[in-house]
Design a binder for this molecule. Structure first.
Ligand code: FAD
Ligand code: NAD
Length: 478
């Protein structure tokens, strides 16, 4: 008789592989089905995040930032470098090595924890069964007590700029460019546009970003977004808001892009064009029509707060369901679901999920923005501290940006923290922890922070909430 699994997971991105390892640690018999194949048709674990997302993009961001530092910023430290050069194939090889180290690491962790990895495309059938079709067309049916769909997301495409993988590329194509484009166009000044646009800008491209919206980074706190726009302009990112691309044409090895802005038509020529206009759930052909699983109006698999679909014992987590498309949101949902399957009282705190844009400086946020609180009619107070007043940031010659802390006007409970500045991703995590513990701004203000550290900017912003900052003049509160 065929083996019955406690849990079958479809997809091995951060949602799926973390859930699989956690399930095995909890003593469940678990299989993880993955359709991604490497060049030699072997199963490739890790999903978007490890293969073409978080990890390779950060590898290129780090390499390009080091290059830009050597080229542009060392003279302030009294260091002169006669000639700096970037070896693009070496930079790409380093990135690929990191990806294979990490994806291979997951295979090792699966083995170590006793997770069964199954190569093929999974589909949920009625009664929590999973049909798996491998790349040679053979089909097997897995019998499961519970199924977790973790199928992830894919880039959105737009009709005026169809991806040809040569001149017009998506985020995956932007990770494998073998030479620095002289002129690089980017459609979409969102997270991917800014990160990958920054990589190639640092390496020497002239980068023009065409953003349809009139506002820059509308999901970020408005003060931080304004600060970011100033800093990116200084770095030479040419961000054009209210730009609607209506046509592209590849001719003479260039991409001609026509867009309208304020009612006028404009044309630009680029060597490459990155389309980064969002991602959509990969929810096609994932379940049979009688499975009981449903989609919401935007094509995400419908789930409740506990990631339960409408089919009994079928769950869905990560990018394929509502909410932020972030690796850590995906993996925490996976952990919550398997803990619930194992009988634990687990819940996800969606109010404390940080987001980061890994530009330089980084932009990081948790909780509500000032404009959201205003719209909700919630009374709040803010404390802002500029890195220009941080001894550690000045010592590092890296002092652009601010920390902004927002607390409830009455209770002082921290409602949000928004940072643009050096190591913002790591700094905001301190506030995420504080918020998880229901901390007030005063709790952080009373905490001892080491000196000289960038973290002191978080401390000062917490002090500034009540006009108590030491190293900056306190402003009158709103
Ligand atoms: P995915 O990682 O997309 O994994 C889904 C997996 O399911 C894939 O391996 C897919 O092959 C498999 N699959 C799909 N359908 C089937 C099927 N029917 N059968 C079998 N297998 C199937 N997030 C961050 O938090 N930080 C970052 O710095 C960051 N950087 C990013 C940079 C880029 C360029 C991109 C594109 C994304 C980035 N993200 C980042 C987003 C992050 O990658 C996603 O939020 C995350 O990967 C979602 O995880 P997931 O497991 O839900 O889906
Ligand atoms: P995004 O939503 O961040 O940005 C897309 C941008 O494109 C938006 O500003 C949008 O207004 C604009 N846009 C949409 N249609 C357009 C059009 N036709 N013309 C011009 N502009 C248009 O999406 P993304 O940058 O593609 O990233 C996708 C997802 O991947 C994000 O939601 C994010 O969650 C995830 N991601 C996260 C990280 C990170 O955590 N550091 C990094 C990369 C990607």
């Amino acid at each position: 008789m065929a083996e019955k699994y406690d849990v079958v997971i479809i997809g091995s991105g951060p949602a799926g592989y973390v859930a699989a390892i956690k399930a095995a640690q909890l003593g469940l018999n678990v299989a993880c089905v993955e359709q991604w194949l490497d060049d030699s048709d072997s199963m490739q674990l890790g999903g978007t995040c490890l293969n073409v997302g978080c990890i390779p993009s950060k590898a290129l961001l780090d390499s390009s930032q080091k290059f830009a530092e050597v080229r542009d910023n060392l003279t302030a430290h009294g260091i002169s470098v006669k000639k700096s050069e970037i070896d693009i194939p070496a930079m790409l090889a380093r990135k690929d090595q990191i990806v294979s180290q990490l994806t291979g690491g997951i295979a090792g962790l699966f083995k170590h924890n006793g997770v069964t990895a199954i190569s093929g495309t999974g589909k949920v059938l009625v009664g929590a069964k999973v049909e798996v079709t491998d790349n040679k067309g053979s089909v097997q049916i897995l019998d499961a007590s519970n199924v977790i769909i973790a199928a992830g997301s894919v880039p959105v495409s737009i009709a005026p700029a169809p991806i040809d993988n040569e001149y017009i590329i998506d985020s995956t194509g932007a990770l494998v460019l073998t030479e620095v484009p002289v002129r690089l166009g980017v459609i979409g000044a969102g997270v991917i546009g800014l990160e990958l646009g920054s990589v190639w800008r640092r390496l020497g491209s002239e980068v023009v970003m065409l953003e349809a919206l009139d506002d820059f980074l509308p999901m970020m706190d408005i003060q931080v977004a304004k600060e970011a726009a100033k800093i990116f302009k200084k770095q030479g990112l040419d961000i054009r808001l209210g730009a609607r691309v209506i046509r592209t044409e590849v001719k003479n090895n260039k991409v001609e892009v026509t867009y309208t802005s304020a009612g006028t038509e404009h044309t630009e020529l680029f060597d490459k064009l990155i389309v980064a206009v969002g991602r959509r759930p990969r929810s096609e052909d994932l379940f049979s029509s009688d499975s009981g699983v449903t989609l919401d109006e935007r094509g995400f698999i419908y789930v409740n707060d506990n990631c339960e679909t409408e089919a009994p014992h079928v769950y869905a987590v990560g990018d394929v369901v509502r909410g932020l498309m972030l690796a850590h949101k995906a993996s925490e949902e996976g952990v919550m679901v398997v803990e619930r399957i194992a009988g634990k009282q687990a819940q996800m705190n969606y109010d404390c999920v940080p987001s980061v844009i890994y530009t330089h400086p980084e932009i990081a946020a948790v909780g509500q923005t000032e404009q959201e609180l205003k719209a909700d009619g919630i009374e709040y107070k803010t404390g802002v501290f500029p890195f220009a007043a941080s001894g550690r940031a000045l010592a590092a010659n890296d002092s652009d940006g601010i920390v902004k802390m927002i607390a409830d006007a009455e209770t002082d409970r921290i409602l949000g923290c928004h940072i643009i500045g050096p190591s913002a991703a790591d700094l905001v995590q301190q506030v995420v922890i504080a918020m998880e513990f229901g901390s007030s701004a005063e709790d952080l203000a009373l905490t001892v922070f080491g000196h000289p550290t960038l973290s002191e900017a978080v401390h000062e912003a917490a002090l500034a909430v009540d006009g108590q900052a030491i190293h900056v003049a306190n402003r009158k509160k709103r």
